[in-house]
Design a protein around this ligand. Structure first.
Ligand SMILES: Nc1ncnc2c1ncn2[C@@H]1O[C@H](COP(=O)(O)OP(=O)(O)OP(=O)(O)O)[C@@H](O)[C@H]1O
Ligand SMILES: [Mg+2]
Length: 426
């Protein structure tokens, strides 16, 4: 290699500015201005400089915004183009960014693509279109192994947007949980301490697991689900929990999910299932330690909040106890429209009204039976349906709804409403 790459130093400023300035006309322009680049350099944002025989020949600079870094500029002296210097600089820069716990690295660079005449006619001024390149930095090394041992992983980034409807719950979780964790400094300015543990309760199939995963996805944190059944395989459940939490403590950021938590922290009444006292006690002891860490959240879900040990749920341990009910009309409409999209003439409002108390899982089931009915009709009469008549009709859906036994009964709703009164903390 004919160059050395070092961290940017103050006395590189003039040379780097010269490089940025003189290469701008060579297809190396950037969406960041020279002034912005200088601003980043002088405020000690990460930057690297390549030197050959004492002369700076290339530079790459970034600036940090939260957990994302923007690569602002890669400038290469003309004589050094096409020799792999750009990727060498980028590699060095990325190494420094990863050290600073950056998870996403973004690079916006101009792209030669003409915009339509139509836009110009509509009064738009042409600016060079931008190509947006992004690279996720997956955890590597010991942390990745640790995550694997815990059965954890990073989830796709769009799960939050995929939660259909449930606006009230989404809003609440967004304001109370997601934002304080995502913007801890901003929260601290108002004296808000981000939550460390929340419980989601509600009837089966209403989306508790879905919400837990969506929060992890939204925060970009790894999702670790502790399955009591799997932990118990290792023999002593209390000891297995202790080991799991010790491993979790070594992760930089994590969302830990315990589903059906009533199984491991039931009421400690006389005659409670043998051996569970010890497990509940262990969990009670583990939560304070877990709460001391930053960038971590414990989410517990239960169908039966009333059968949980009250000591387990008290405020110092759980910040919020959030009810997740059956979807409201808007949520049902959003969920139905996801399944009933094959035909344009399906009357969504009819389905929404007919499916009160249906959970998302019930809707999915009814939609599937309706599609099956349409398919079987097609098989039966032998005539292939036209493109507009394929798929379930409103009547198919109505029949499927009528034939479906909702998971949640009125008695369960009554119980849930009472639980909201006695247990919810939002
Ligand atoms: N808001 C939603 N939009 C679309 N689909 C949803 C929504 N909520 C839940 N679902 C779907 O409904 C099904 C059940 O959801 P989920 O498993 O999250 O419920 P749960 O409350 O955890 O149930 P359980 O109490 O049985 O554990 C899943 O297939 C999920 O994808
Ligand atoms: Mg669940």
């Amino acid at each position: 290699m004919d160059w050395l790459i070092h961290d940017y130093r103050e006395d590189d400023l003039a040379a780097v500015v010269h490089l940025i300035d003189t290469t701008a006309e060579l297809g190396q322009e950037s969406v960041f201005s020279l002034a912005e680049c200088i601003g980043a350099l002088t405020s000690r944002q990460p930057a690297v400089v390549a030197v050959s025989q004492g002369t700076p020949i290339g530079a790459a600079l970034a600036h940090l915004a939260g957990d994302r870094a923007w690569v602002m500029r890669i400038a290469i002296a003309p004589a050094w183009r096409g020799r792999g210097l750009a990727s060498a600089l980028l590699r060095e820069l990325e190494r420094r960014l990863v050290e600073r716990r950056i998870r996403r690295i973004a690079y916006v660079l101009p792209e030669e693509e003409l915009l339509g005449e139509g836009l110009r006619n509509a009064g738009y001024t042409r600016r060079p279109a931008v190509g947006y390149f992004e690279k996720a930095e997956p955890p590597t090394g010991p942390v990745a192994n640790l995550l694997e041992e815990l059965g954890g992983r990073l989830l796709p980034g769009d799960l939050w947007d995929k939660v259909a409807g449930m606006e009230a719950e989404k809003n609440l979780i967004e304001r109370r949980v997601v934002r304080p964790l995502a913007e801890p400094e901003r929260a601290a300015r108002h004296g808000v301490r981000p939550p460390r543990a929340i419980a989601l309760f509600g009837p089966p199939g209403t989306g508790k697991t879905t919400f837990a995963r969506a929060v992890a996805s939204r925060l970009g944190w790894p999702f670790v689900e502790l399955l009591p059944s799997r932990l118990a395989d290792q023999g002593n459940l209390a000891a297995a929990l202790r080991t799991a939490f010790a491993r979790i403590a070594r992760l930089e950021r994590v969302l830990v999910f315990i589903d059906e938590v009533e199984e491991i922290a039931p009421l400690r009444t006389e005659g409670a299932v043998g051996g569970m006292h010890g497990v509940t006690n262990e969990l009670l002891k583990l939560i304070p330690g877990f709460r001391e860490g930053e960038e971590r959240l414990l989410v517990c879900a239960t169908n039966s909040i009333r059968s949980l040990d009250p000591a387990f749920l008290r405020p110092g341990r759980f910040d919020y106890l959030i009810p997740i009910g059956t979807p409201d009309a808007a949520a049902r409409a959003a969920i139905w429209s996801r399944y009933a999209a094959t035909r344009t003439d399906v009357k969504l409002d009819v389905l929404v009204d007919a499916s009160e108390l249906f959970t998302p899982a019930d809707i999915e089931h009814a939609a599937r039976s309706a599609a099956q009915a349409a398919f079987e009709r097609d098989l039966g009469d032998g005539t292939a349906p036209g493109p507009d008549s394929a798929g379930a009709t409103t009547d198919d859906y109505r029949a499927a709804i009528a034939g479906c036994r909702p998971t949640v009964t009125p008695a369960m709703i009554e119980e849930f409403t009472a639980d909201i009164g006695s247990h919810a903390r939002v």
